[in-house]
Design a protein around this ligand. Structure first.
Ligand SMILES: *Cc1c(COP(=O)(O)O)cnc(C)c1O
Length: 497
């Protein structure tokens, strides 16, 4: 299996190379050459554990001679990798995606990992894939991961990469741009190979600072930079597993028969989570519709309606900040599937130069067969949190509430009768002050909101946030945007941190 750039199919890499490189030299994203070789053994699905499903998915994507070259039995090699990565880090034991029945539908809870956001599912695995890709290709270089975060990626990446040999990680976050809980999760990270810095400014300042470092920093021999963002195929593939696991749960609960279609409603930002659902469908999972749910930054909703993607618009800071995005990087992979590399490259060029592009009506029609879309603003998502809690005693965070709100309206309009699963991407405790506001409850600061939310609902505080308030602040660096490049240069020159 080779991986091709979405912008030029002549760029072909082995799985190990694609994982190590992250993004192709031409700026494209890596895609499997064909999905034919990636068919999942559906007849075995119902009897497989969550970890076995993950290992099978990883084996299908990456199990060629470039990974574990010495190993005849790739399946057991990937099973061991998943065990190393996940161990017992998901509070629901073996299952990283337990289902809850809510009002005739299901919620897939992806937030039971160490940092209480769905990004844990992939970011606990990615470091181990990178380590294996390094070992398999005999790469001696040290890898330094640089990441700018608006909150969730930083925590999940730090947790995943913490104390992994041969890799270091530096995370930049906007000083006043994350929630207090998210900030404390990051700055209390104990890993000896981790470094966390606040940047004076907003997320874009941190992000453009990181891009500048990638472009301009002169690296010493033996060091490579890489990123933990969802453009890496090694971060996308682990997410495919939870779509299969959910289908298997529904089979085992006798809620569906093999072959029945299931719809998935996904709170979307960078388009990585929902794209994994499309990959699952191409690998043989009976997926009905994928519904893309956005917040007020509804650039995707408009794209799926009109065929025009236009990032030239006001940026809204919302109560579902992990979905506040104007450039959804992974949409490029969908364009590649539907339009091919040449047109995909042309559209991406338009996006870079003009900030917009328009696909043809045939292309839009093909996409609409796969994906529906909708959006919900803060007011609507707050109403959803309150009404679902009061009616069904089910507590959801602001991101999940965006998806639930879109789901209810989509269902009324489409009258679709297949089973529906709404993906829940964060614990309500991670956005406790917003959730308390939605429930019309008083509190004094974010940590107090966590405790009062617990007192009011009785919902258990997830282990990833337990005692968050008293975790020791280890990382205290605050930088001006202009200081980031120098700082990284100095950190890389230091042997130990
Ligand atoms: C990252 C994130 C999302 C968006 O996922 P994408 O893969 O970027 O579309 C949604 N909700 C939460 C809580 C997140 O952390």
């Amino acid at each position: 299996m080779f991986y091709l750039s979405t912008r030029n199919e002549k760029i072909r890499k082995t799985p190990a190379e694609a994982i190590l490189q992250g993004i192709a030299r031409d700026g494209g994203l890596y895609m499997p050459e064909s999905f034919e070789a990636l068919k999942f053994p559906m007849d075995k699905l119902a009897s497989m554990s969550a970890k076995e499903i993950s290992a099978k998915v990883l084996e299908l994507f990456f199990g060629d001679s470039s990974m574990f070259p010495e190993s005849e039995d790739k399946n057991s090699a990937f099973n061991a990798l998943v065990e190393r990565a996940y161990g017992s880090k998901f509070a629901e034991g073996d299952d990283y995606a337990p289902l809850s029945a809510v009002d005739g539908a299901y919620v897939m809870e992806l937030y039971h990992g160490p940092t209480c956001a769905f990004k844990d599912v992939a970011l606990q695995i990615l470091p181990h894939l990178i380590v294996e890709a390094k070992r398999s290709t005999k790469l001696e270089d040290e890898i330094v991961i640089l990441t700018a975060t608006s909150g969730d990626t930083g925590g999940a990446a730090l947790s995943g990469f913490s104390d992994i040999d041969g890799i270091k990680i530096i995370v930049f976050y906007p000083k006043n741009g994350t929630s207090t809980v998210q900030e404390r999760q990051m700055v209390s990270c104990e890993g000896k190979n981790t470094c966390v810095c606040a940047v004076v400014g907003n997320f874009d300042d941190a992000q453009s600072g990181v891009k500048k470092i990638f472009a301009e920093l002169a690296l010493p021999e033996g060091v490579q930079l890489s990123s933990a963002n969802s453009i890496n195929i090694g971060r996308l593939a682990p997410q495919v597993a939870y779509y299969f696991k959910t289908y298997s749960n529904l089979l085992n609960m006798n809620k569906i028969k093999m072959g029945d279609k299931v719809n998935f409603i996904v709170p979307t930002g960078n388009f990585g989570d929902i794209l994994a659902g499309l990959f699952a469908k191409k690998m043989g999972l009976p997926v009905g519709k994928l519904v893309c749910a956005s917040n007020e930054n509804k650039v995707l909703t408009e794209f799926f309606e009109s065929g025009t993607y236009n990032k030239n618009r006001a940026f809204h800071v919302t109560k579902s900040p992990s979905m506040d995005i104007l450039i959804s990087s992974n949409l490029e992979r969908l364009l590649y599937i539907v339009c091919g590399a040449e047109k995909c490259a042309a559209y991406m060029k338009d996006l870079n130069t003009k900030g917009e592009y328009t696909i043809t009506s045939e292309e839009l029609a093909e996409i609409r067969e796969l994906i529906d879309a909708g959006y919900a603003d803060d007011k609507a998502s707050y109403e959803t949190i309150k009404s679902v809690y009061e009616k069904d005693a089910y507590l959801m965070d602001t991101h999940t509430a965006v998806a639930w709100n879109v789901y209810e309206r989509w269902l009324a309009e489409s009258k679709n009768e297949d089973t529906c699963v709404v993906l829940s991407t964060a614990s309500a405790y991670k956005f406790a002050s917003s959730v308390m506001n939605a429930l019309d409850k008083d509190f004094d600061g974010e940590f107090d909101a966590v405790n009062k939310l617990n007192a009011y609902t009785g919902v258990k505080i997830p282990y990833g946030l337990d005692g968050i308030e008293s975790r020791k602040v280890i990382h205290k660096t605050v930088l001006e945007k202009g200081e980031m490049l120098d700082f990284v240069g100095k950190m890389i020159a230091k042997k130990t941190w």
